[in-house]
Design a protein. Structure first.
Length: 633
């Protein structure tokens, strides 16, 4: 920590130097007060962790120095740099040691998936387009996502909590978009995000899980655990969000809570009643039973999560939903995650920007500002942002343009790098290739998947991972898959709305997985599908000749007993004598006594007409078969 101003001749330094006590300068030498010289600021040597690469701005932040001080130190050593320039470990170490600290090499770790908003914030800091003062964290309202299977009562439950009538205004009683609302509990607000439960809204449900502090998984006591219930649980787990179970509709006569609790254990969810650590609260949206208990548990779990934010800084948030209003223009529903959003703020939101002309709360009432965990509708954006995009307050309109340009250049550079570096190599002659784009939730998983996929290559087929990255499947990933004629393997990540729309339009296959071995297994099957299928002969039935009737009209008519399988009229047949094949022909007729039949099964006698005359004898074997194509294994 600094114990004075950055200016060594500042008044604060002079005041602190009074009293004649000695100080240490930056090189650790004793320095007492002297006439005509400003005293040096106090230095406390520290251990500074350094990664292999670090920008000048990041190094200055770790040293608690101004970027100018770091640039000056490097300049004296003959190296001219800018604030955004990246330094290698050796160069950064020289600066740290020159300023009196000790260098500690930071262990290389597989970074977690980097959300898009972190990239936006990072670029905003580097370009100086956003004001980021020193933070002072305070308690904020927890953000709760309500998820579950369609028609299990999510919106009705929220409706009961809000004492309003949200559900009646929705099409078919099914939530068609994400809504954000606040509920008071003992004077403290709780923010709820109601996500659609129908399978068509999987991506929207995933977005909800990524902006939340706690998830409430609603399960109907009469219906039990359903496919979307499992998906909702997986979304919460993938986002590393704690969750509790709200067992709804316990008032129904056919409710069976014990059955549901048992079903949950089958998906590795053990409730507290059974000795586990998952909270389950029995509720009824209809009778309001258990609602106080539900809010109490939400408040308790949120307190354990210690949700905090700084309301004093410029706002940053995420777009929950957006729509084009004929009279008001682009309207975005935003959940403020930190800071305070105010009317008049200049914002960058996704790929658009604007000045906030008006703010409206969840009930449509006009308001002047929205703090952390508060949902609000905003007007004033130039275009319609996509749900899931980041909103960030910047200094002014000029800063907004700089930030948008920088983000656009980054995206273009990344696309160009992927295209040139990964698509320059083409398939070899005579070798079929399966092109795959891999996206994963962290670098460790990504590298393990890529290595496993590349080991699937054979002399006849080859796996080519045209690109691998960390984070959700983006529109850029789909564009790359289109160019490379590739499929996308997404491990513990979801495609965003733009990516899903483009993939659907261009028939790009996005396969999602949560278990690595299943991903590898399916890719192996897809790889085998590149090979020409094998033509396999399948034996249907076997019969033994008991009598020879005639060889009229170029055919052989035989009496036989079916020993195995089924003999069918029209089937291909071979005649064997011992191991020698005599004839390959077709079953032209099939009779049981005087009746013509389509097939005869094992154990029955029949008359068989063979479409080729041959010197038949009793004891000959007949074998009927068909051919089919099978994928290589």
């Amino acid at each position: 920590m600094r114990t004075g101003s950055r200016s060594r001749g500042g008044a604060r330094s002079r005041r602190r130097s009074s009293g004649g006590r000695g100080r240490s300068d930056q090189r650790g030498r004793a320095a007492g007060p002297s006439h005509g010289e400003p005293p040096a600021r106090v230095l406390t040597p520290r251990k500074i962790k350094l990664p292999q690469d670090i920008t000048v701005a990041q190094l200055a932040e770790r040293l608690e120095e101004s970027p100018a001080a770091v640039i000056k130190e490097l300049f004296t050593r003959g190296t001219a740099v800018t604030i955004n320039q990246t330094l290698d470990f050796a160069t950064a170490s020289l600066v740290v040691e020159a300023l009196g600290h000790t260098v500690v090499e930071e262990e290389a770790k597989a970074p977690a998936a980097k959300p898009k908003e972190d990239v936006v914030l990072e670029v905003a800091k580097q370009t100086g387009t956003a004001v980021r003062p020193r933070r002072r964290f305070e308690k904020r309202a927890p953000v709760i996502t309500v998820m579950g299977h369609v028609d299990h009562g999510k919106t009705s439950l929220l409706d009961a909590l809000r004492q309003t009538n949200v559900a009646e205004g929705e099409s078919g009683g099914i939530t068609q978009r994400i809504g954000a609302y606040q509920v008071d509990h003992d004077g403290d607000p709780i923010t709820f995000i109601d996500t659609p439960g129908h399978e068509a809204f999987t991506a929207m449900r995933a977005r909800g899980a990524k902006v939340t502090d706690l998830a409430v998984i609603v399960v109907a006591a009469d219906d039990g655990v359903m496919p979307q219930t499992v998906e909702a649980i997986n979304h919460a787990r993938a986002a590393k969000v704690p969750f509790l179970i709200a067992l709804n509709k316990i008032d129904l006569p056919n409710a069976n809570p014990d059955r549901v609790k048992q079903q949950l254990t089958e998906h590795e969810i053990v409730i507290e009643e059974y000795g586990g650590d998952t909270v389950l609260v029995e509720v009824s949206a209809e009778t309001h039973a258990g609602l106080d208990d539900l809010l109490e548990m939400i408040a308790l779990l949120a307190e354990l999560e210690a949700v905090r934010a700084d309301p004093r800084i410029p706002a940053r948030g995420v777009v929950i939903e957006s729509n084009m209003d004929k009279s008001r223009g682009p309207v975005a529903t935003v959940l403020v995650q930190e800071g305070t959003l105010r009317v008049g703020d200049t914002v960058v939101c996704g790929k658009t920007s604007g000045r906030v002309r008006a703010l409206f709360d969840e009930n449509g009432a006009s308001c002047k500002e929205a703090g952390p965990s508060v949902p609000a509708e905003i007007l004033g954006l130039g275009e319609l942002p996509a749900p899931g995009e980041t909103l960030i307050v910047v200094v002014n309109d000029k800063a907004a343009k700089v930030l948008l340009q920088e983000l656009d250049e980054r995206e273009q550079a990344e696309t160009e790098r992927m295209s040139l570096d990964t698509l320059s190599a083409t398939a070899g002659e005579g070798v079929e290739e399966l092109h795959i784009v891999v996206k994963a939730d962290n670098r460790g998983s990504m590298e393990a998947i890529q290595q496993s996929l590349e080991q699937l290559s054979t002399d006849e087929t080859r796996v080519r991972v045209v690109y691998s990255g960390v984070g959700p499947v983006s529109e850029t990933d789909v564009q790359l898959a289109i160019a490379a004629n590739a499929l996308i393997a997404a491990f513990n990540v979801q495609p965003d709305t733009a990516a899903r729309s483009l993939a659907d339009a261009e028939n790009v296959e996005i396969r999602r997985y949560s278990v690595i071995y299943l991903l590898i297994e399916e890719m192996q099957k897809a790889l085998l599908g590149l090979l020409e299928p094998e033509i396999v002969e399948v034996v249907d039935g076997q019969a033994e000749v008991r009598a020879v009737f005639n060889r009229a009209r170029g055919q052989s008519v035989l009496g036989a007993i079916v020993r195995d399988g089924v003999i069918r009229r029209g089937a291909q047949v071979r005649v064997l004598r011992g191991k020698r094949q005599l004839v390959m022909s077709t079953v032209t007729s099939l009779r049981r006594f005087k009746d013509s039949v389509r097939e005869v099964t094992s154990g029955y006698e029949c008359g068989i007409g063979i479409g080729e005359a041959y010197d038949a004898r009793e004891g000959d074997s007949l074998e009927t078969f068909h051919t089919e194509e099978r994928a290589r294994v």
